[in-house]
Design a protein around this ligand. Sequence first.
Ligand SMILES: [Zn+2]
Length: 138
Amino acid sequence: MAEHRHFSAQYQELENGIIEITFSGDLGCDQCAVEFDKFSVGADRSIIKKAKEDLQKVNLLINANGLGNLKDVVVSPLMQSVDRTKAYENRTAVYGAPPLIKTLVDTIVALTRHDEVRFFSTREEALVWLNAEPRASL
Ligand SMILES: [Zn+2]
């Protein structure tokens, strides 16, 4: 088995109200869960601030290329994060997600009733979908 890589994440504002979040690591231990929670609280605050400034919901671009294992420890912080921000989110495009992560995200999407989430193989396809329609106003 490959060695455990602790979770890390990056937040970046692109043009057209798109926020790209890059996740990497395994999210497989308690320390990872703490890191995830810390990151998502800060990122959520920035997402809400950006949407309020623009008076438009933001589009999220999630780069999951570097994600390895996901364990149950992240389900609860992930759901809390989606609940905090979904009113400020237009579309969410996830690219590069391995099958296990798709399954987990699908579960969270169903539980939180966040219906504008799609998966893509490439960043280009994800961007096309995000830019296909004007962002909803807040
Ligand atoms: Zn870890």
